[in-house]
Design a protein around this ligand. Structure first.
Ligand SMILES: Nc1ncnc2c1ncn2[C@@H]1O[C@H](COP(=O)(O)OP(=O)(O)OP(=O)(O)O)[C@@H](O)[C@H]1O
Length: 243
């Protein structure tokens, strides 16, 4: 049997805010697979992703990327191997996409211009437009296109499909699947849209009130013939007071 490799491993990660505690979370991301991070609003999904990128500082814990503890190592060049698509797509609003692309590209030595051309074509991105003139869906697609054009080993996406119509969501999901198939990209994808998870996730991580309450294969749930949201509801009921 082929040995499973992890691109990222998180152990005992903690972050305290005045009214929220991300409490001792541990999980792993298998290489070349799509993992969905599921939880309702305010449960800690964005905080988790920001900690992985060191956009915010962890209070405690270990994060290994390609077997290296990134919290102990001052060298941040690993960030070039990670793509990020966040919720906030409203930046450089007065700039043309082509100029934003050139600026972004300058940070990534592994930038592949042909990938940018192919993906932007597929997603219908018009590089002469200004950011402020794009719809929310188009801004998200542009961000995704930037993140994929340096062929990241790991793509972290925070609620990428929230607020988008089903057609655009399907287009995005298709591109993600294609990226995994062609280049073996690993993806962590946070969402509260269960339908998207059912369509593409290999693994699921359930987060509730700042704790990971389960990590499992998506097919384990789907084979039981129940929906993912029903499964989550049951999990929360079963764990009850222990949460
Ligand atoms: N900088 C901050 N200072 C204080 N509290 C914060 C900060 N950032 C997040 N929080 C709190 O931490 C909790 C978790 O927030 P987080 O954004 O991680 O949730 P989420 O699961 O991503 O939710 P959503 O789906 O609504 O984006 C929330 O209660 C939020 O108010």
């Amino acid at each position: 049997m082929k040995e499973k490799k992890n691109i990222m491993k998180v152990i005992g990660l903690r972050k305290r805010y005045p009214e929220f505690f991300l409490n001792n979370i541990s999980f792993h991301l298998e290489s070349g697979k799509i993992t969905g991070l599921i939880g309702a609003n305010g449960m800690g999904k964005s905080t988790t992703i920001k900690l992985l990128l060191q956009i915010i500082k962890a209070d405690d814990g270990e994060i290994y990327f390609q077997n290296r503890n990134i919290l102990e190592n001052k060298d941040i060049s690993y960030k070039r191997k990670i793509g990020y698509v966040g919720e906030n797509t409203d930046f450089f609003s007065q700039c043309r996409l082509n100029d934003i692309k050139k600026f972004y590209q300058s940070f990534y030595p592994d930038w592949i211009e042909d990938d940018y051309k192919v993906i932007s074509n597929k997603l219908g991105i018009k590089s002469n437009y200004k950011m402020k003139d794009l719809s929310k869906g188009m801004r998200m697609k542009f961000n995704l296109c930037l993140a994929l054009s340096h062929r990241p080993k790991l793509l972290l996406m925070d609620e990428p499909t929230s607020g988008l119509d089903p057609l655009v969501r399907n287009e995005v999901l298709y591109i993600l699947k294609e990226q995994v198939r062609k280049y073996g990209t690993s993806i962590l994808f946070s969402s509260h849209i269960i339908e998207d998870m059912e369509k593409i996730a290999d693994y699921l991580i359930f987060i509730h009130q700042g704790k990971i309450i389960e990590q499992c294969e998506a097919k384990k749930i789907l084979n039981q013939g129940i929906s993912i949201d029903m499964y989550l509801e049951n999990l929360i009921k079963q764990k009850g007071d222990k949460l």
